[in-house]
Ligand binder design. Structure first.
Ligand SMILES: [Mn+2]
Length: 308
């Protein structure tokens, strides 16, 4: 298993690993975990990880590299399969591009795609690949990969968390992964962030059939001094876990004037609605980008009618 990935890694002397913009812990965990695994198992390779960074620096840091390193290099892209979401456009300069992802989206780039949506996180795919190929996994690599599994599984709470998810996590623990280190970093937050959560809990609205939603313009970003991403992805689940609310949506105006839309659902598939508006993702966690506020009402109407 994973023969094509391993064979491709063996073929190249230089490997540069990319992942999606605004990285979550799975994007970073899969990227940094893979960087360490390649370094430890294929010692003659030069391996780099590149992309934009945010607050998740506790997993590791990015490499700053020149464009000429891409010459004859293998580019591996983790946790994303659509080109416009890839962080650092130079990925296109690679001699060969290989994608490792677990999202449902069909891919629009790359020379080889390993996409398996039966995995809850991309880091889990990397862990599984390491295990079945008897690769050395250092403590740091194991912790980075475990971080991806913990967060993409919602701390092992999402319904798609399976025995296999736990087995792959156990493999990482056997290799020294520190679960405490991940949780210690995940559960600390600033006072400002806590207040932002309070703002969400106190102000979200619901439709006729109890789709919860928030519409966030620039005022909230200014009030709390946070990014679009912190509001959009970071706050959507403040509306989760509420009795009688099966679907929740977060609309956030971004810096380019578009409305970033994050849709979540407890059991009913909502990805078709995201796809209808040009987006995608998972059945119960997906998103799209809207051009104007009028479209947010259309999305709400479509989601509301799923509950008729
Ligand atoms: Mn992921």
């Amino acid at each position: 298993m994973y023969k094509q990935i391993i064979d491709t890694i063996k073929k190249y002397d230089k490997i540069i690993i990319h992942r999606h913009k605004n990285p979550d812990l799975d994007a970073l965990g899969s990227q940094l975990g893979l960087r360490e695994i390649i370094k430890d198992n294929f010692r003659d390779k030069e391996v780099y990880a590149v992309g934009d960074m945010n607050d998740f620096t506790f997993l590791g840091s990015m490499d700053i590299i020149d464009e000429d390193i891409y010459k004859d290099a293998l580019v591996i892209v983790t946790d994303v399969a659509v080109s416009y979401l890839v962080s650092d456009e130079r990925y296109k300069l690679g001699a060969y591009i290989m994608i490792i992802d677990h999202h449902l989206n069909s891919s629009d780039f790359g020379d080889y795609q390993h996409i398996d949506s039966s995995f809850i996180s991309c880091a889990q795919i990397i862990a599984d690949m390491a295990e079945v190929n008897n690769l050395v996994v250092s403590k740091n690599a194991a912790t980075a990969l475990l971080g991806g599994i913990i967060t993409d599984s919602g701390r092992f709470l999402y319904p798609s968390t399976s025995a296999k998810t736990l087995r792959n996590a156990a493999f990482l623990m056997d290799n020294g992964a520190s679960m405490n280190y991940i949780y210690d970093n995940l559960y600390v937050e600033s006072l400002n962030f806590k207040k932002l959560k309070g703002h969400f809990i106190n102000n979200f609205k619901t439709t006729k059939n109890k789709v919860a939603y928030m519409k966030n313009d620039d005022a909230i970003k200014e009030q709390f001094g946070v990014s679009t991403f912190t509001i959009s992805r970071g706050m959507v689940n403040q509306m989760s876990g509420i009795k009688g609310i099966p679907i929740w949506v977060n609309f956030t105006l971004d810096d380019d004037g578009y409305i970033q839309t994050e849709i979540r659902s407890k059991t009913i598939s909502v990805v078709e609605v995201a796809k209808k508006y040009g987006g995608g993702g998972h059945k119960l966690a997906c998103g799209c980008t809207l051009a104007n506020w009028a479209d947010t009402d259309k999305v709400l109407k479509d989601l509301d009618s799923l509950l008729e």
